[in-house]
Design a protein. Structure first.
Length: 701
């Protein structure tokens, strides 16, 4: 509820909202407004998950809202694609022209039109509500939104039955916490607060990550495995549990499927074998297994906080499957404070069909349009028409994403966006790398300027976002844009008249009390303390499926497999180093890169190297280096800061290309190869070489 206080004139009031960014914490916000201007954004102290605390990035959200370079009027391209030269145009003129272009293309084949969006906002309304209705009614190609979490989601689906797990707040009761593939301090701050609470109560924290992150430094132990070897480590831990009698045989027999087959495979992975694959001492694996075994013997809860970095390799989904088997093997699900959490989003009763209206496809000219994977957009934009592919992509509508910066193999992506015959519309708050290639750029609102409703993938509260201020300039919500385009194209279905508050109410229907959301900004979902203590997994069998009958029907290995990377470190002598590219601490994907204070905190694109790898190449700390492979090259500043393990370099991302030293970024090097399941990208499955540059290049942009 809005609150008003009268002190010194003028009157101030506060508005309850939610952080829109791609982070598991989904914080509750309180915005203070004076005379129509937001003057402060804080975490909502009344929300247990947020506790009044925001990350460094979002605590500076007003720098984004009132940034001098905010796009505040529609723009039409006035120069060559990529040059970023535009001229102002009215909303009427822009929307009329866009509608006419889309109508002409749709008359030939609506599948030649493609929406491209992801998690620039995590909101259910400004994300895929009115936009989905519009593209369904149009009959446009559908986008396979795989770029972040699809491999991990598939791994959970075939093992636990969906994106479900233990309540995050119950990690406070754990005695052993494995932080697996997550730099929680930088990317899951509120979980880290809970982990610290457990640590103060005597819990042991172990970080499993190729990089010695800020989180790894503060854990009791760190296992710096090679990228893409997580499944081997998980099997070695299972091996030790089996041979030392640390398996919960009762839980396994009652609540799992395929134990004998999993057991046989795990026994093929003694620590020595896994150590050779993972590039870590066998003693480290044995020590972690003993930690697990001690908890099992003491009936103390063991919990795994898994994150998405580890699934961005060829065998990512199978690795998630292997790790997700561990809590059932040791009976961790029995305990409050035991189990695993990768994503909690599957708990939410979202009415996606109500929001997105897939039934509108039946009224479109193309009731069963093709699906295009967003992770292969570089290749797909350059494909000609063919019977196998369908029509060439003629129009691209981009919202909530910056594909020129974030999609893999960005050199190829740039070539696709640079096509003169590609009609591109970008809904944006800033002149991103992608916006530079647009024919029209339409100014979008920020979170303080529109309605939205949010679930979380790190906790289980629903959050409502109410607009705190009027839209700046001529900025408009995504929903408004798609309503206006629908009207111009003659889509007269009543659903296109739903306003944003109505859409917020439709998202959960009667499952969540909307009045509670209006009053306090959030509403918790009711979940049991130990949701799978007696089984009841949302799989077809109701059990944790070590062996998946659904995978077997598809002709795939029903057990978690240990799969080598597409580009294993050292396999190609030309590119002997493995590169991973986690986000820099002050960025979130490509968001916040243009906030000056945050970009200044990062300094410049950095490549972390182990001193041995640097010395072998004549590289010193602070040197400019060129990291390259057959896909491209990118210049960065070498940092020998103790975070990279031997054989692995860390290219911190995701810088906008225009702010980097040579007009590229780390995705110049990543490939469009996909994961084992989930059709997801393999950003961390990337072999490179590094050499010293004799001089720093001129900064672009």
């Amino acid at each position: 509820m809005d609150t008003f206080t009268v002190g010194a004139s003028p009157i101030e009031h506060t508005i309850l909202g939610a952080c829109p960014h791609d982070c598991p914490d989904t914080c509750a916000l309180v915005t203070t407004v004076r005379a129509g201007r937001a003057i402060r954004v804080q975490g909502n102290a009344a929300h247990p998950q947020t506790g009044g605390v925001l990350c460094t990035k979002v605590s500076r959200y007003l720098e984004r809202v009132y940034h001098p370079e905010r796009l505040l009027q529609p723009l039409r391209r006035g120069g060559p694609k990529g040059a970023g030269r535009f001229e102002p145009v009215s909303w009427e003129r822009a929307l009329d022209d866009i509608a006419e272009r889309l109508r002409a293309i749709a008359a030939r084949d609506p599948q030649a039109i493609l929406p491209y969006s992801y998690a620039g906002t995590m909101g259910l309304v400004q994300g895929e509500s009115m936009a989905a209705r519009f593209f369904h009614r149009l009959g446009a190609s559908r986008l396979d939104r795989t770029i972040c979490s699809a491999a991990g989601a598939a791994g959970l689906e075939y093992t636990l039955g969906g994106k479900v797990g233990m309540p995050v707040e119950h990690f406070a009761h754990s005695r052993l916490i494995l932080i697996w593939g997550s730099n929680s301090i930088g990317s899951n701050l509120h979980f880290w607060r809970i982990a610290q609470q457990a640590k103060r109560a005597g819990a042991r924290l172990v970080c499993i990550d190729p990089r010695r992150t800020e989180t790894a430094e503060k854990c009791h132990a760190h296992i710096a495995l090679l990228p893409g070897t997580d499944a081997a480590l998980a099997y070695a831990l299972m091996h030790e549990c089996i041979v030392h009698g640390w398996v919960d045989e009762d839980y396994v027999q009652r609540h799992t499927l395929g134990w004998e087959a999993l057991r046989a495979r795990a026994l093929q992975w003694p620590p020595q074998r896994a150590a050779a694959v993972c590039g870590v001492p066998a003693a480290h694996i044995e020590a972690l297994a003993r930690d697990i075994g001690t908890c099992v013997q003491q009936r103390a809860p063991v919990a795994i906080r898994l994150n998405y970095g580890m699934q961005r390799v060829r065998g990512g989904a199978n690795a998630v499957r292997a790790v997700a088997c561990l809590p059932a093997v040791i009976g961790a699900w029995r305990h409050r404070g035991g189990g695993l959490l990768l994503s909690s989003s599957g708990w939410y009763p979202v009415q996606r069909d109500v929001l997105q209206r897939p039934d509108l496809l039946q009224r479109s000219p193309c009731p069963q349009p093709r699906i295009i994977n967003m992770s292969t957009i570089g290749d797909d934009l350059l494909r000609p028409s063919s019977p196998a592919f369908g029509p060439a992509i003629e129009a691209l509508i981009v919202y909530n994403s910056n594909p020129v910066a974030v999609a893999p193999q960005s050199g190829q992506v740039v070539r696709g966006f640079a096509r003169d015959d590609l009609f591109t519309v970008v809904l944006e708050q800033f002149a991103t790398d992608t916006a530079d290639y647009a024919d029209y750029v339409l100014p979008a609102t920020t979170q303080l300027e529109h309605w939205d409703i949010h679930l979380s993938y790190g906790h289980t509260d629903v959050l409502l976002n109410r607009p705190a201020i009027a839209p700046l300039g001529q900025a408009r919500p995504n929903t408004w844009v798609f309503r206006e385009l629908a009207r111009r194209l003659g889509f007269d279905e009543p659903c296109f008249a739903d306003d944003d508050e109505t859409l917020c109410r439709q998202a959960f229907g009667e499952a969540v009390d909307f009045e509670t959301l209006l009053q306090q900004g959030y509403a918790p979902l009711p979940l049991p303390d130990a949701p799978f203590a007696r089984g009841g997994f949302p799989t077809p069998s109701g059990k944790c499926e070590f062996a998946s009958p659904r995978l077997a029907v598809l002709g795939l290995d029903p057990l978690p497999a240990v799969l080598p990377n597409h580009e294993p470190a050292g396999a190609d002598a030309r590119y002997p180093l493995a590169m991973i590219s986690p986000p820099a601490r002050h960025f979130l994907n490509s968001t916040f890169v243009n906030v000056t204070s945050l970009r200044d905190a990062e300094g410049e694109p950095q490549l972390e190297m182990h001193p041995d790898d640097a010395s072998a190449r004549g590289i010193a700390d602070g040197d400019w280096v060129e990291v390259f492979n057959e896909r491209g090259r990118h210049r960065m500043r070498a940092r020998l800061n103790g975070r990279a393990r031997p054989g692995v370099v860390v290219g911190l991302g995701i810088w906008w290309r225009k702010f980097s030293a040579d007009g590229t970024n780390v995705n110049e090097l990543t490939s469009q190869a996909l994961t084992d399941l989930g059709r997801a990208p393999t950003f961390y499955d990337c072999a490179v070489q590094v050499r010293r540059c004799t001089a720093a290049p001129a900064v672009q942009g």
